[in-house]
Design a protein around this ligand. Structure first.
Ligand code: SF4
Ligand code: SF4
Length: 110
């Protein structure tokens, strides 16, 4: 019997175009410090990236944080490793929608 292995969560995210450098993040925090909406994030961008790398799929995709990116791209302009955190957040939104994780409603975020 043939067994098909599912890709790890990290591989799943890293395979999305422009997200492939996620493993080169040095956790400097520049993205979180630059993020215009991070004050509202349960887990700011640096931490979301760490959680993806730790394989915390349910915690990441159930978090309201991934929906708070407003595409200002300050993180991407300033990241010293060219990681493109904004693209990663949007990839996570797409994976969440595709796999049945629900985005937060107004009543759960306000
Ligand atoms: S700025 Fe770049 S290297 Fe630094 S924590 Fe954010 S994604 Fe990682
Ligand atoms: S693009 Fe998104 S994650 Fe990056 S700084 Fe702006 S709001 Fe934050």
């Amino acid at each position: 019997m043939e067994t098909t292995l599912k890709p790890s969560f990290l591989d799943e995210v890293a395979s999305v175009p422009a997200c492939g450098k996620i493993n080169e993040c040095v956790q400097c925090g520049v993205c979180s410090g630059s993020c215009t909406t991070a004050a509202h994030w349960e887990h700011p961008p640096r931490k979301i990236i760490a959680m993806v790398r730790a394989g915390m799929k349910d915690e990441v995709l159930n978090s309201s944080s991934i929906w708070y990116c407003v595409s200002c791209y300050l993180c991407t302009a300033r990241c010293p490793r060219d990681i493109k955190p904004a693209n990663i957040m949007h990839a996570l939104e797409a994976i969440a929608l595709d796999q049945g994780y629900n985005p937060p409603t107004k009543t759960t975020t306000m």
